[in-house]
Every structure is written in C-alpha cells, then in structure tokens.
Ligand binder design. Structure first.
Ligand code: NAD
Ligand code: AKB
Length: 317
C-alpha cells in the first residue's frame, strides 16, 4: 500500500542526478519492491538503483508507459526524464520532444489511470525580466529552450488538473548539489563538478561561469525532502502554484563557493573561463521567494553553504 491510493511508484529518468537519490529515499520509506526505477539507459550500475526493480523505459513510448502502469499496478509517478539546459540549447528539437511530449505522455497516463504525478519544473522558467528575487507569480519569459519547455509543462499540468482532474504537482528546483551521481548537461553543474576537481590529485578546476555569478542552489537532501513533502501534502492545501512551486535553499557565487572549499582544501585552485553557459546563468534570477510553498505545505530548507561543503567533501572522500 502506498499513501492514499494503494499501488506502486514508478520513477522515470531514474538514473540521473535526482533519480539516484530519490529512488533510494522512496525505497527507504515504502520498501524496495514498491518503487520501480526506469530510464532510457539499459543497464543501471548504481547501488541505489540495483537494490530494487528496474525497467528500461523511453518516455516517448506511450504504449509501453501504459502497459507498465497496468501490469505493475502503478499509482504514483515521479517523472524525472528530461534534457537539461546546456544540452537542451545544443539540441532544442530533442529538448522539446523529450521534455514536452514525454511529459504529455505521462499526463495522458495520469488521466487514463487516475495517477498522482510529480513533474519537476526549474528556476529556468524565469527570464531576464524577472526581479532578482523571483516571486511565485511573475511573467515567465525564459530565453533558453529548456526554460520554455518547463513553462509549457507547468501550463500543461494545470490544464490536465483543471480539465481532467489529474493530480499533478511540481517544484521549480534551483541548481541541485549532490554527491551520489555525476552530473552533466546543466548550467548549475559547476557546483558539483568543482568538488570532484578539488578532491582530485591536481586540485584544480576551470569554472565555466564567471566568479560573480550568483544563482539559487539547494542541497539534494533538502530537494528530496521537498519533493516527498509536496507529494504527501493534502490536495486541498495546494494552490494555483501546484505545478511549479518556488522553493529556496541558498544563493552563492562560484567565488564564495571556492572560498569555502579553500578553508578545507587550501591548495585548491579555481580559474574562471566562462563559456556559453554564462548566458543561460545570466538570464536566471539570483534568489527565490518561496513564501507560497511555506504557507501551502510548510516548506523550509535546512542546508546552508558551510554544511553543504562539509557534506560534499566528506562524502566524496
Ligand atoms: P539528469 O539529466 O541527471 O537525468 C535525466 C535522466 O533522464 C537521465 O538519466 C536520462 O538517461 C533520462 N532520459 C533522457 N531521455 C529519456 C527518455 N526519452 N526516456 C526516459 N529517460 C530519459 O537530470 P536530473 O538532474 O536528475 O533532473 C531531473 C528533473 O529535474 C528534470 O526534469 C530537470 O529538468 C529537473 N531539474 C533538475 C535540476 C538539477 O539541478 N538537477 C534543477 C532544476 C530542475
Ligand atoms: C540546469 O542547470 O539546467 C538545471 C536547472 C537549474 O534546471 N540544474
């Protein structure tokens, strides 16, 4: 039995940065057999995924999604399969296809089978005209293709909720910092890569953003707790932000992160060599106003910069 619905949980895109952590947390709560991890990649090799069921699933294959939901008695989906910002700008057609069509397939399954669905949004929904501290409600004019797909999915989610009663919920995640899996394809990835580089023999990193780029960030443990809390919240406590709740962790610049790392690893050297990802970062806000999440489902972050740096270094060592 899972939550209110009874039945099992399916996680799409489970081999990515969030899935690796989320699958483990869900299995700790509900039991390994109740949580089916899936991804387009065929062979998982991570211990967090190998300790329970795994299915190969492309979210563009609607028939197979429906078949799995039916055969495995799925009642809840955490839909994480997506293309992130940097990879999305390299291949906008693929980004549109996977992020929007893949999500529409999951929403259609929600409509057919009466599912509860979590689908992440991102701070990338905001654009250069957003105030530096992004409000929950503000015009959404992203300049990246990735951000545009996230806005489309928030709107689509509200449409499926209002028209068909599908219980879709989402969070606008900031950049996430974690140690269990490597990251790639995003703009906030520097804040994970930098720890791997700092702990390497060379202890040197070429940062692809300039040192003063302030971005909203969050430690993965906070993000997982937010995700599970939102999915557990009573449906009538949720407001019109239900498909894209702002949540705030902390904000820092690469220079501030480097300074914290150097307190623990004094020989570490970081050079700043901004590339095209600087443009994406420059279009996003510095920080996030998350008052609506605090009011609706009692959200509050726990991890600050010093604790995150301690945790990353001790776990990666
Ligand atoms: P990730 O890139 O690490 O993982 C995505 C996974 O999706 C990969 O394992 C990939 O193999 C899989 N995938 C790609 N195409 C697929 C397909 N057609 N069918 C099935 N699987 C497919 O991404 P992540 O960081 O884990 O992000 C998960 C979600 O959270 C995404 O929607 C992302 O936009 C959102 N998000 C992430 C962050 C972050 O900092 N990690 C921030 C904001 C929002
Ligand atoms: C990315 O950098 O693309 C993601 C995000 C903020 O959505 N981490």
């Amino acid at each position: 039995m899972i939550g209110r619905e009874g039945g099992r949980i399916l996680v799409t895109g489970a081999l990515g940065q969030i899935g690796t952590d989320l699958v483990q947390s869900l299995r700790d709560i509900y039991g390994s057999d109740m949580v089916i991890a899936s991804d387009i990649r065929e062979k998982p090799n991570h211990p967090c995924i190998l300790n329970g069921p795994y299915i190969n699933l492309d979210v563009l294959d609607k028939d197979r999604i429906f078949q799995i939901i039916n055969d495995q008695n799925i009642k809840i989906i955490y839909h994480l399969a997506a293309i992130l910002s940097a990879r999305g700008e390299e291949n906008p057609e693929l980004c549109e296809l996977i992020n929007v069509e893949g999500t529409r397939n999951i929403f259609d399954a929600g409509r057919e089978f009466g599912l509860r669905i979590f689908t992440p949004s991102s701070i990338a929904v905001f654009g250069p005209d957003t105030p530096k501290k992004a409000p929950q409600v503000t015009p959404l004019n992203p300049t990246t293709k990735y951000g545009m797909t996230k806005v489309e999915c928030e709107i689509l989610g509200m449409m499926y909720y209002q028209k068909y009663g599908v219980d879709i919920r989402g969070i606008r995640y900031p950049g996430l910092i974690s140690w269990k899996s490597p990251v790639s394809g995003g703009t906030t990835d520097y804040a994970v890569d930098i720890f791997h580089a700092a702990l390497s023999d060379e202890s040197k990193y070429d940062c692809f953003l300039n040192g003063d780029t302030r971005l909203p960030m969050m430690y993965m443990d906070d993000a997982i707790r937010a995700t599970i809390s939102l999915m557990d919240a009573p449906i009538d406590s949720l407001s019109s932000a239900r498909c894209g709740y702002n949540i705030s962790g902390l904000s820092f610049t690469p220079k501030e992160l480097v300074s914290e790392i150097k307190k623990r690893l004094p020989d570490f050297v970081c050079n700043y060599k901004p590339d095209i990802r600087q443009n994406y970062a420059d279009s996003w806000p510095d920080s996030i106003d998350d008052q609506v999440s605090r009011n609706d489902w009692n959200w509050q972050s726990r991890f600050g910069l010093e604790t995150i740096v301690d945790e990353m270094i001790s776990n990666l060592k």
